[in-house]
Design a protein around this ligand. Structure first.
Ligand code: ATP
Ligand code: MG
Length: 400
């Protein structure tokens, strides 16, 4: 297991010294056990938000109504943000009827039972050094299995996002779905449909950016999530789209474009899928550029001129992405790289500009100018070495 940050331990110690319980919960414990880096730390505590705010210098009232306060603690690179959440108990702990510790344990078990998967339902008390695992999460961690806490059908009915979280965790952790859990997802797809698309976007992009996206995409296909979140592809098409995905850069947009490539003939369908994911403007533009059917020949052509013409039409901004996406073979990637090395792919990349042409008396401002420059670009694409001021001018004078 990886050690937990010193500043986080200090937060727990300060709460402990003030007479409160404080335990690390959720995905953070899982990642500590796996020796993975983790960014967001969740602590469950018996301290009330007000008590937490009094004990620490810097706090953010993240969700005081839900009992959550973010504590910022430590200096420089050791600084941590910890979300401290108070159990929703029946009031203060010193109620005299039950020892506070017993009450805390009952609340902790309730908290863990509300979590999604067994490997996300651990608790670790770094001060008392007590580890809590009520659902054999350790067994599932050892087996590499994502299993719902409690009755899977009920858990996916409660919250449709859990279906996406399940397959995302499969990809990121390189785990597989427990059979009952997978079956329950299939029965809760209508609940998934109701989840905010922004949250689905977050999970899908985390899945696609993983080292092994296939391990999340296959269960997406098997459980029936795929057509709800991506496009209604036939099963064979889904499998074919998945096949080469791990050779692509770990960029979710490029990988998403690969999954949508089989639909390129129908731009409206692609737009529907991408818009349904509430993309940023940039993500949307990139997916549409990369699924442009005109890019097809990039996968096999060896004609540098054709490659340059295709990429020039697409624009420099997307050329590298397009090359990464459509250069199926390594040799093909090299071919594309060589074809565009030093080549202008847009009018703005020519060694000459419109006002140069005016000054040289070779053109007058106006619509004709655009045409002249476009022709120059086309002429230069034939041989990128032509992209010098002298040669371009000579060509226009009829001597090139
Ligand atoms: P990541 O590594 O991406 O942070 P995570 O498992 O920590 O993964 P978070 O979204 O940070 O995911 O959630 C923290 C914890 O909160 C989870 O480990 C889980 O215990 C609980 N949790 C999050 N989302 C849900 C949910 N939809 N239903 C039940 N429990 C959830
Ligand atoms: Mg987390």
């Amino acid at each position: 297991a990886a050690p937990i940050p010193a500043a986080l331990r200090e937060i727990a110690q300060i709460l402990h010294d003030a007479g409160h319980e404080a335990v690390l919960v959720g995905g953070a414990v899982r990642d500590v056990l796996l020796g993975r880096l983790h960014g967001d730390w969740d602590l469950a505590s018996s301290a009330t938000p007000e008590e937490v705010q009094t004990l620490f210098k810097k706090t953010i009232p993240t969700g005081v109504a839900h009992g959550t306060v973010t504590v910022v603690h430590g200096r420089g690179p050791n600084k941590v943000h910890a979300e401290v959440t108070t159990f929703r108990g029946e009031g203060r702990y010193e109620d005299g009827r039950r020892p506070a510790e017993v009450r805390f344990l009952r609340d902790l078990r309730e908290d863990l039972a509300r979590r999604d998967f067994t490997i996300n339902a651990f608790a670790w008390n770094p001060i008392r050094e007590i580890f809590t695992d009520c659902f054999d999460g350790l067994g599932d961690l050892g087996r590499g299995v994502i299993r719902a806490v409690g009755d899977p059908a009920q858990r996916f009915q409660e919250d449709g996002l859990r279906a996406m979280r399940a397959v995302r965790l499969c990809a990121v952790l390189e785990y597989r779905l427990d059979l009952d859990t997978a079956a329950a997802i299939g029965g809760a797809l209508d609940v998934l449909d109701k989840v905010s698309r922004e949250r689905v976007h977050v999970e899908l992009f985390k899945l696609l950016a993983a080292a092994r996206p296939i391990l999340g995409l296959l269960p997406m296909a098997e459980t029936g999530i795929w057509p709800r979140v991506l496009a209604p592809l036939e099963r064979e098409e889904q499998l074919a789209a998945i096949e080469h995905i791990e050779r692509l850069p770990r960029d979710p947009v490029i990988r998403l474009a690969r999954l949508l490539w089989p639909l390129r003939a129908d731009k409206a369908v692609i737009e529907k899928v991408i818009d349904n994911l509430r993309p940023s403007r940039d993500e949307r533009a990139r997916v549409l550029a990369l699924t442009n059917p005109a890019l097809g020949p990039l996968a096999h052509t060896h004609d540098p001129l054709q490659i340059r013409r295709i990429l020039a039409k697409l624009g420099r901004k997307y050329a590298a992405d397009a090359a990464a996406l459509h250069a199926g073979e390594w040799a093909q990637a090299v071919t594309i790289e060589e074809a565009i090395r030093g080549a202008p792919l847009a009018i703005g990349e020519l060694a000459i500009r419109g006002d140069d042409l005016v000054r040289e008396g070779l053109a007058t401002p106006g619509p004709q100018m655009g045409k002249t420059l476009a022709d120059l670009l086309d002429w230069t694409l034939e041989d990128p070495r032509r992209n010098t001021r002298d040669r371009l001018l000579a060509h226009l004078r009829g001597a090139g």
